[in-house]
Design a protein around this ligand. Structure first.
Ligand code: ASP
Ligand code: MG
Length: 378
């Protein structure tokens, strides 16, 4: 079998007009006699809207029920796309997580896939159909629906591509590849041809919204190249694969404004671990503890630490990512003068093998990112 896996993001399937473009793209692949499996996200902002509606009912919604609610977005996209493909004369079938055999653990809201039973997908492909699978969701051992974490459709696609032994996995969105910075914020951002799994997964972890971090880790494990490209153009995208050459090159500069800096006056490490609250940089001082979390877990944190005094501030972290960066001391020398005006707002600078991160104590203007980008990306 010559299987290709194509994943389409939320804006690609946002409305009927875009679905039309997606369907034509799929048909192009099908015409090249490929067995085509598509993975889709929910339409536009549907997942955000469903979460907001749930939060009007409960500030920290029951996680099982939230999964039962938000997984429906993907089902709407998958069925609409299948309706359209059938209308265009191509046999297609939509499958949701459990129909596609996607088995996960019990961690609602952030479930991990541990097995995919491919029988159904293979049978449908064998009968000549295009298979459209809902991203982002699976089923646990009790038959309950789980979701894989925000942006998790990418991980669904890579997991399915790996078990089906596809040659590569295309991830289509409204951007035509991976850029050195968010092209919506930095107009001089440059598209890159290739980025290593390591660099990409660090970028995703640091807040680049292009790909789900776990999808990149999974692709690395199976040595599956990912091609990130645009639904709306035929331009070459960016390949995410193993390192090809060891070049000291900066691949990505990220400003993450979703970092909450938390201060508490007692050790809460066990509580964070017990409640699966992901944190970064846990700093222990004599009578204070500091750590960072992402904005979307703030309400959960406050609920978990309900009898403890918790101070939070919304902050920015800027990260510069590339192989060999820690050996290149000139990078910091170059960027420090560009952030002279906010020098006093730096809380910490973290230099590690693949990245330099600067944590600030407030949200900083994006003009600094622009300056840093101008200095480092020539
Ligand atoms: N619809 C889900 C989200 O918005 C999953 C995804 O788009 O990958 O997070
Ligand atoms: Mg996404």
């Amino acid at each position: 079998m010559d299987i290709v896996v194509l994943k389409f993001g939320g804006s690609s399937v946002a409305n009927n007009k875009n679905l039309e473009t997606v369907a034509n793209k799929i048909i192009d692949f099908k015409k090249r006699k490929k067995d085509v499996v598509c993975i889709v996200s929910a339409q536009g902002k549907m997942t955000d809207n469903l979460i907001n509606e749930a939060k009007e009912l409960s500030k920290v919604p029951n996680e099982r029920e939230l999964d039962a609610l938000i997984n429906v977005g993907e089902q709407i996209s998958a069925s609409k796309l299948s309706i359209l493909l059938n209308e265009k004369g191509y046999k297609a079938i939509s499958l949701n997580g459990w129909q596609a055999g996607i088995l996960t653990n019990n961690k609602f809201q952030n479930a991990k896939i541990f097995n995919i039973d491919t029988k159904r997908i293979i049978n449908e492909l064998d009968s000549g159909k295009i298979v459209v699978v809902t991203g982002f969701q699976g089923v646990n051992e009790n038959g309950d629906i789980t979701t894989l974490g925000r942006g998790g459709s990418d991980t669904s696609a890579v997991a399915i591509a790996s078990v089906l032994k596809a040659k590569n996995c295309y991830i289509f969105s409204d951007v035509d590849g991976i850029y050195t910075a968010d092209p919506n914020k930095i107009y001089s951002a440059k598209k890159i041809k290739q980025i290593s799994y390591k660099e990409m997964s660090i970028s995703s972890n640091e807040g680049a919204k292009v790909l789900h971090d776990r999808c990149v880790e999974l692709a690395e494990k199976y040595n599956l190249p990912i091609i990130a490209g645009s639904t709306f153009s035929n331009e070459n995208g960016t390949i995410i694969s193993n390192d090809t050459v060891e070049k000291n090159e900066i691949k990505s500069i990220i400003q993450n404004d979703n970092i909450v800096y938390v201060t508490v006056d007692e050790d809460v490490l066990e509580k964070l671990l017990k409640n699966d609250i992901k944190f970064g940089e846990y700093i222990v001082e004599k009578d204070k503890i500091h750590f960072t979390i992402l904005k979307d877990v703030k309400d959960k944190l406050i609920k978990v630490l309900k009898n403890i005094k918790v101070e939070t501030i919304d902050t920015t972290k800027i990260s510069i990512i590339g192989i060999g960066i820690s050996n290149n001391s000139s990078i910091l020398k170059e960027i420090i003068p560009t952030i002279e005006n906010i020098r006093d707002n730096i809380i910490s600078i973290d230099v590690s093998a693949y990245k330099i991160s600067i944590q600030f104590n407030k949200i900083v203007d994006k003009k600094y990112l622009n300056e840093i980008h101008k200095k480092l990306i020539k």
